[in-house]
Design a protein around this ligand. Sequence first.
Ligand code: NAD
Ligand code: DAU
Length: 349
Amino acid sequence: MKILITGGAGFIGSHVVRLFVNKYPNYQIFNLDKLTYAGNLANLTDIEDKDNYTFLKGDIVDAAYVDGIFNEHQFDAVVHLAAESHVDRSITDPLAFVYTNVIGTVNLLNTARKQWADNLQDHVFYHISTDEVYGSLGKEGLFTEETAYDPRSPYSASKASSDHFVRAYYHTYGLPVKISNCSNNYGPNHFPEKLIPLAINNIRNEKPVPVYGKGENVRDWLYVIDHARAIDVIFHEGKVGETYNIGGVNEWKNLDLIELLCDQMDEKLGREQGHSRKLITFVKDRAGHDLRYAIDSSKLMNELGWKPSVTFEEGLSKTVDWYLQHPEWLENVTSGNYQSYYDQQYVSR
Ligand code: NAD
Ligand code: DAU
């Protein structure tokens, strides 16, 4: 089977590519990525020489390019992760999110529909989405697959739009699709603009850790490898036309989470307990900041038998260890050097 994974050089995509390349040696895995600031081939050095892995540098917004690679490689399936993914960036530059998340997704859908027209039922287009499409919860309740969409940031509006297009191609053209909506991920290779890796990097460097507002917003955190495991299960066993929510049953107020992280890092760095908490700095709140996300994953757990493999304390500890053991990764992505890694390694392919 030939599978096109988009966004495979990013945070979650790199874990999905690694899992598929290692677990399914008979599959041919193609990783299509534009290598934006968030794409980093250093995330994949351990598998880049495997026979069943091919990297394709390209932009999903370029319809002719997308047509061309489908013609050349005749993919059987798509696992679509490529996106602009950071809420704060979407507030300053919404159009970038419309181009990649909406137009890029529709380009992939159009090409898949044309290419697979003769035997649609033998293919699958699996779209990876977010719980943010459901909006913001109050103190009670969970997002289920039936929760009405209510996106509130330009990022979540663009992801909601892409989800609607994916479902429209299922209903209108019979394209076999699957969608999953996941909560906040954390783990190795997370770009240090997002809360957890930013805080780890700043604590490591004894710099202020910015907490928006009063730190009372709640997120439901899932270890990235557990998300990749869920994607594997849904890709192989999920029903066509269905949506699956993925979450960690693991809600944390931002401030509580950052305090836990400070305490774990004080212990690992041999600092006095309480030292890093002094770095916590309350800053201006995010515009339109969603109060709470929390996911009901019982459909995925009951129907497909998936459950998270690590507790949050274990996952966070493994994550901190990974960043402390890979200071060069952090330094490269914060200095922009990872772009030259691409130029050196891949420009001639
Ligand atoms: P990321 O920003 O780390 O990676 C995105 C990748 O997509 C990068 O490698 C980037 O180079 C690539 N990309 C961006 N624009 C492209 C384009 N036009 N053409 C080709 N490639 C392009 O994102 P992530 O956090 O790994 O998220 C991956 C997917 O999972 C996204 O669709 C996101 O909406 C979704 N998601 C993320 C989370 C999370 O907590 N990070 C949770 C739920 C869902
Ligand atoms: O819920 C899934 C979503 O989770 C994904 O779809 C997004 O791609 C992903 O980026 C993430 O969105 P969030 O906005 O929840 O993640 P972020 O790490 O940016 O912020 C987490 C929380 O921490 C949020 O309440 C804002 C807050 N925050 C964030 C940053 C960057 C801070 O308090 N300080 C910060 O410096």
